[in-house]
Write a protein that binds this ligand. Structure first.
Ligand SMILES: [Zn+2]
Length: 192
């Protein structure tokens, strides 16, 4: 009468092995959709099994800066995915989405400019900074933007991001903006 016991043991054991194997096939992906205008940011965590997303959670990390106060129009959010983490039973990795490479310098400039606005309350300078950011990398730029002729302007936002690092006064801010604008105009003149 020992036969049923062995059958049960094999079935249970096999079940456990399969459950453990399935557990190891789970892929957890996290990323951060961020508004290209006001920097509103979420964290999204997706759990996938065999390519199928069976769980997706979204958490608001940052409510975003108040564009309405600066431009008179509430932000019409446009999200791009930043950050990228992938975790399986065997490996853990970080990377980035192509969108992050497109908006990197725009986000960097805005991350520095909004706190300057909150400190100095200079709407005119903030609007000029936003306009310049839009001119160099539009908030709705496509993934192919950097490969286009217009995409070369992204470079000037990397300079502005550096220029905005040590701002002590509104004059510094204005000078930082004007300096990169002059450089852009001079380069454009040379290219003609
Ligand atoms: Zn927004």
């Amino acid at each position: 009468m020992k036969k049923p016991f062995w059958i049960l043991a094999i079935v249970l054991g096999g079940g456990l092995v399969i459950a453990a194997w399935i557990q190891r096939q789970i892929v957890v992906i996290d990323y951060y959709p961020r508004c290209t205008r006001c920097l509103r940011t979420y964290t999204v965590v997706e759990k996938k099994l065999f390519g199928y997303t069976y769980s997706k959670t979204q958490k608001l990390d940052f409510v975003g800066y108040d564009l309405d106060e600066i431009t008179g129009t509430p932000c019409q959010h446009i999200y791009a995915r930043g950050g990228f983490g992938k975790q399986t039973f065997y490996l853990k990795g970080d990377g980035s989405f192509p969108e992050e490479r497109v908006f990197r310098y725009r986000w960097k400039v805005l991350t520095k400019a909004f706190p300057l606005y909150q400190h100095f309350h200079n709407k005119k300078l903030m609007r000029e900074t936003l306009d310049f950011a839009d001119e160099c990398i539009p908030p709705d730029a496509t993934l192919y933007f950097l490969n286009t002729e217009e995409g070369a302007k992204a470079f000037y936002l990397s300079i502005l991001a550096d220029n905005l690092t040590s701002i002590q006064s509104e004059q510094d801010w204005k000078a930082a903006l004007n300096s990169v604008k002059s450089q852009m105009a001079a380069d454009a003149a040379k290219a003609k």
